[in-house]
Design a protein around this ligand. Structure first.
Ligand code: BG6
Ligand code: MG
Length: 217
């Protein structure tokens, strides 16, 4: 039967966390705030606004609304300088195989991302054509762990939430999928993503049989 397969973008399809890290670190350092990889981990799946709030908090800094917006724009401009250089070689291992298998079996394929840069990134890595539906940070009002992003994707695919499967690398994203009554598949560590229905290190661990079982169940 036709199921809806909803993919998070950052950390699932491409590893953009390293570019977010470079851009946030540059911004934080320019404000005299330290920023480590450990802190960057805590920004996975977190919106741009919430990320800057956290960084300013870590540095005990308060800024005006105008300055806040200027800092977000500055970070994004720097982030985009890395994004513009991306190409298909940055697609994570076996993502193509899984997308092709889903296409072959005429499954619904959607993106469910918090990023406002999602469409641009899919274009850069040449994957936009796979996605029937793209729900991203421009169309969502409530951030993950709220289920809105995934419910909107299911709605646009015209597939019931309990017939949808979500691939997510962030704890908040797994919570959002669970709250939407969807099957959650964590991509990453079992310890971190303990609330997911299934967890795999990456797509190389996900067999075609496993995908076919999801389609046929
Ligand atoms: C999420 C990332 O997918 O998108 C977060 O995991 C990021 O790190 C968020 O902050 C928003 O992204 P953007 O591209 O709109 O700044
Ligand atoms: Mg992610």
């Amino acid at each position: 039967s036709k199921k809806g397969f909803i993919f998070d973008l950052d950390g699932v399809i491409v590893d953009t966390a390293k570019y977010h890290f470079l851009a946030w670190r540059k911004l934080a350092n320019s404000l005299g705030i330290d920023f480590t990889e450990v802190q960057n981990e805590q920004l996975k799946g977190v919106s741009r606004v919430k990320s800057l709030e956290k960084i300013l908090n870590w540095g005990n800094k308060e800024v005006s609304q105008g300055e806040f917006n200027r800092l977000m724009a500055e970070k994004n401009e720097d982030y985009l300088s890395y994004i513009y250089k991306m190409d298909a070689s940055e697609i994570l291992p076996d993502v193509h195989r899984v997308l092709n298998l889903l296409k072959e079996h005429h499954q619904g394929i959607a993106l469910g991302s918090a990023s406002k840069n999602a469409k641009l990134i899919l274009e850069k890595v040449n994957l936009l054509d796979y996605f029937e539906v793209v729900v991203d940070g421009n169309s969502v009002t409530k951030a993950k762990p709220d289920p809105e992003v995934f419910l909107n994707a299911a709605n646009a695919l015209e597939i019931k939430p309990d017939n949808c499967i979500v691939f997510e690398d962030a704890v908040a994203g797994v919570e959002a999928a669970n709250a939407a009554q969807m099957i959650s598949i964590g991509i990453g560590s079992k310890n971190v993503l303990s609330h997911a229905n299934f967890v795999f290190k990456d797509f190389t661990e996900i067999s075609n049989d496993f995908i076919l079982q999801l389609i046929n169940q």
